[in-house]
Design a binder for this molecule. Structure first.
Ligand code: APR
Length: 319
């Protein structure tokens, strides 16, 4: 039987949080998955339901539900988590940009982050609440944790969307496609065509530029497309898959290379900003490595993204 260890907490038991908790529990690598929410009974009910799926799905991880208060009550059940995934916050409605959520979600994420720091001072924190780059910066600030221990989930999702669109367009398995996006989770997302391949061949050899541009555009608006169809709420299957994989890489200290939102200070000639780049994910959080050189155009895009998010990240310090 596989060894199980560690405790992971998912804050926010909405669509994103509950599916993340489900994926984490089904990995069957953790001792405990804790799911919390401010809606009384919701996390407990979902935990009970998830636990009852254990004999069918065949996992032994225990799921614990805990209602929390904004005063920090209930957080004792999350104490000493190794990993905390923050999904608390409002999702978009059709027509909204992620940035429209900034004031509301900043208050929520700040309060959550302060409690996480108090109850799980050694945790690696994975932020998914939107607007992502700003909420990651805010959580790092509010926890006071070393910056590499606070990571935002965006790049995994954006690349998954891009990969799906390329695979669908070409009628090839997703496994034969590799894509990469860096920058922000939003308007300044930076596709990196030089790192995109299909069966090892450069993307530009198998798709014409107009088609690539169209797919990049669809990727950039990938979240909005889902929001417009759902009408209430935003995407959660692909997002939760991405967040859960990041948590797994931390738990297993795998050093897997993933595009994530992390503190960039010197790399790519960019300093002092949380930005989407590739990093090794392990027990200490995100570690930047000797980054591959993007092309001049890609680098210019990354620098523009850095400046765009830098301004907004300064704003959240006041929220
Ligand atoms: N502590 C814990 N949970 C909270 C708090 C808080 N302070 N404030 C709100 N929540 C909970 C809500 O009660 C709700 O159950 O967060 C949950 C959010 O769930 P959904 O509304 O279903 O939203 P979801 O789709 O899960 O998205 C969550 O992820 O992708 C982003 O933009 C999205 O910011 C949003 C977040």
């Amino acid at each position: 039987m596989a060894a199980r260890s560690g405790k992971v907490t998912v804050v926010g038991a909405g669509f994103y949080g509950s599916t993340t908790a489900q994926r984490l529990a089904e990995y069957d690598i953790f001792e405990t998955v804790v799911l919390t929410d401010i809606i009384e009974g919701k996390p407990e009910g979902l935990a009970l339901d998830l636990n009852q799926s254990r004999p069918i799905e065949g996992f032994e991880t225990t799921v614990v539900g805990a209602t929390t208060g904004t005063d920090g009550s209930g957080y004792e059940q999350t104490a000493d988590s190794d990993i905390v995934v923050i999904t608390a916050g409002l999702p978009r409605k059709p027509g909204m940009s992620r940035m429209d959520l900034i004031e509301t979600n900043a208050k929520i994420v700040r309060q959550v982050a302060e409690n996480v720091a108090k109850f799980s001072p050694e945790a690696v924190v994975i932020v998914v609440s939107n607007p992502l780059d700003e909420m990651t910066a805010l959580a790092a600030n509010a926890t006071g944790f070393p910056k590499q221990r606070v990571i935002g989930q965006a790049g995994m999702l954006d690349t998954a969307r891009f990969t799906h669109f390329v695979a669908e367009t070409l009628g090839v398995p997703v496994a034969s496609v590799r894509t990469l996006t860096l920058g922000s989770h939003g308007d300044t997302m930076v596709p990196v065509p030089s790192a995109c391949t299909v069966d090892g061949k450069p993307l530009a050899d198998v798709l014409d530029q107009a088609k690539i541009d169209e797919l990049v555009d669809r990727t950039r608006n990938g979240g909005a497309e889902v929001v417009a169809l759902l009408k209430t709420g935003s995407a959660y299957y692909a997002p939760s898959a991405a967040a859960a994989r990041m948590a797994k890489a931390v738990a297993e200290d795998s050093g897997a290379v993933m595009p994530v939102c992390t503190w960039v200070d010197g790399e790519y000639g960019i300093s002092g900003v949380f930005l989407g780049v590739e990093a090794e994910i392990g027990a200490g959080g995100a570690k930047l490595f000797n980054e591959p050189a993007p092309t001049e155009t890609e680098l210019a895009g990354l620098k523009a993204a850095a400046e765009a998010v830098r301004a907004k990240q300064a704003d959240v310090a006041e929220l």
